[in-house]
Write a protein that binds this ligand. Structure first.
Ligand code: PHE
Length: 344
């Protein structure tokens, strides 16, 4: 009996079923009432008492093994027959392919840069970790300017000597300095990128955001050129009817400086809570590059002049999509991100 059990065990190990009919034959052979295993159970009463314990255990294990093996073979056959059916059914619907969507900030950034690229601006890149010269000093920030203060800037290396300080860039004007230092005019360039300011995070401001800044340096560039370029941009970005206005402002690196507003495209200038009932929305800073900045970057201000502008991408995205809280852009919530397929 022992030999018989061993032989059946080996037979079970080798068992493969090509189809359900064959598997049913196996089941009948091993496990049906007249099958070999129940047959052994009925012979069990003839086993000598001193061997009963050992053979009884072996017999139980054999039965268990047969049940498990037949179930496993059935599972295998079931699965491959489903696969055969679906693989040959060419009319079945395709599996859904889920593709991600672009981030709204990328969409808006590309839309902004695209508008300026159409009129000959190229794109420049620069480091996010910046030295004092490129972020501040070359741009005419006096040594005690509040923007250098711990309040606004994330310093990486603090030093008694402000010129040795290293920080996360607070604007992408730093990239413009790098371009002016290495390129001969005419320069028409955009510097899109991530910037960092040590500000409290709220619905309206974040310590990380994105800018697109622009710079044009050539012979005879005037404020009229700046105005016309930004007017063109505003209409392309916000619609044909968009009006612009300039308000005098101050930046260390431009003179004269201005803030540009566009007519509120939600109430068309009538007044609403988005424009705080003024009819205007502030969208960027701009001005004529200060001659001292040109000089710092090795460009002769007697020969050349230039304009510069800079805007926050989140701010524009919030206006375009009516997003009321800047923090949505940084939380990576799929329910929010999935809603953007194109820049409006
Ligand atoms: N660099 C300024 C800022 O970050 C924006 C600006 C750019 C203003 C160019 C004028 C000219 O706020």
């Amino acid at each position: 009996m022992k030999d018989k059990i061993i032989q059946l065990r080996e037979e079970l190990d080798r068992l493969v079923a090509e189809n359900h009919e064959q598997l049913e034959q196996f089941r009948i052979r091993f496990l049906s009432k007249k099958g070999v295993i129940p047959g052994l159970f009925s012979e069990f009463r003839n086993v000598a008492p001193d061997q009963r314990r050992e053979i009884g255990q072996a017999l139980n294990l054999l039965k268990q093994k047969a049940v498990e093996k037949i179930a496993a073979l059935k599972d295998q056959l079931d699965r491959s027959s489903i696969r055969d059916k679906t693989e040959t059914d060419l009319s079945r619907p395709a599996e859904e392919i889920s593709i991600g969507s672009r981030h709204p900030i990328s969409l808006v950034k590309d839309r902004i840069t695209g508008i300026f690229q159409n009129i000959g601006f190229n794109i420049s890149d620069g480091p996010e970790i910046e030295d004092d010269w490129h972020n501040f000093s070359a741009l005419n920030f006096p040594p005690d300017h509040p923007a250098r203060d711990m309040q606004d800037t994330f310093f990486i290396e603090k030093s008694e000597d402000y010129q040795k300080q290293v920080a996360l860039r607070t604007h992408t004007s730093s990239v413009q300095v790098r371009v002016m230092e290495t390129t001969k005019p005419p320069i028409r360039t955009l510097s899109p990128g991530r910037v960092f300011r040590n500000e409290a995070i709220s619905a309206r401001s974040h310590c990380i955001f994105h800018q697109v800044e622009g710079l044009y340096v050539d012979k005879g560039v005037s404020f009229a050129d700046l105005k016309q370029t930004l007017f063109y941009f505003a209409r392309e970005m916000f619609g044909e009817e968009t009006e612009i206005r300039f308000r005098p402002s101050y930046f260390p690196f431009t003179e004269p400086s201005a803030e540009m507003d566009i007519s509120c495209n939600i109430c068309n200038g009538e007044g609403c809570n988005v424009c705080k009932y003024s009819g205007w929305l502030e969208i960027m800073g701009c001005g004529m590059v200060d001659p001292a900045v040109l000089k710092n970057c090795g460009i002769d201000p007697e020969t050349y002049s230039g304009y510069a502008f800079g805007m926050g991408v989140e701010r524009i995205a919030m206006m375009l999509y009516s997003v009321r809280d800047i923090r949505y852009f940084f939380e990576n919530d799929q329910r929010f991100l999935k809603q953007f397929t194109s820049a409006l």
